[in-house]
Design a binder for this molecule. Structure first.
Ligand SMILES: [Zn+2]
Length: 139
């Protein structure tokens, strides 16, 4: 089995609704996302001969998925008052509403599923919230 790993990152702010402690306040992270895909055989066509997937294709695909979250405020749906959401949007801030609590664990699964849906054989997605804290998801 071959395995390829690429990484990309994005910057965003979040808070954990209902969390008592520092993470309940709005703060920022540079989220690092490490994607590993696998393949049992290598391609044989000219351009990609001897490769699972072109690294640059993989990196661009991952970047494309993460773009939507870059330089935004990540908000779990219904965790802010409607009035607050309206005010943020009125100010022109980029807010991304999520169906899940924006933890590294949930993001790891969220990205895993999106990449799998694109037809990749995903081995694992790791999401670093800080250089020392990482959550991973695999099936
Ligand atoms: Zn955080």
């Amino acid at each position: 089995m071959y395995q390829l790993t690429v990484e990309q990152s994005f910057d965003s702010a979040h808070f954990l609704s209902g969390y008592e402690g520092k993470c309940g306040n709005i703060h920022g992270h540079r989220w690092k996302v490490v994607l590993s895909v696998e393949a049992s055989s290598l391609k044989e066509d000219r351009q990609q001969r001897g490769m699972c997937v072109d690294f640059s294709t993989l990196k661009e695909m991952l970047k494309g998925i993460l773009e939507r979250y870059d330089h935004t405020l990540l908000v779990e749906k219904a965790s802010l008052k409607e009035k607050t959401m309206e005010a943020l949007l009125e100010e022109g801030f980029s807010v991304v509403e999520l169906e899940f609590r924006p933890t590294a664990e949930n993001f790891a699964r969220h990205f895993y599923e999106q990449i799998k849906a694109k037809g990749y054989q995903v081995a694992m997605v790791q999401v670093y919230e800080t250089p020392n804290n990482c959550a991973a998801y695999r099936e």
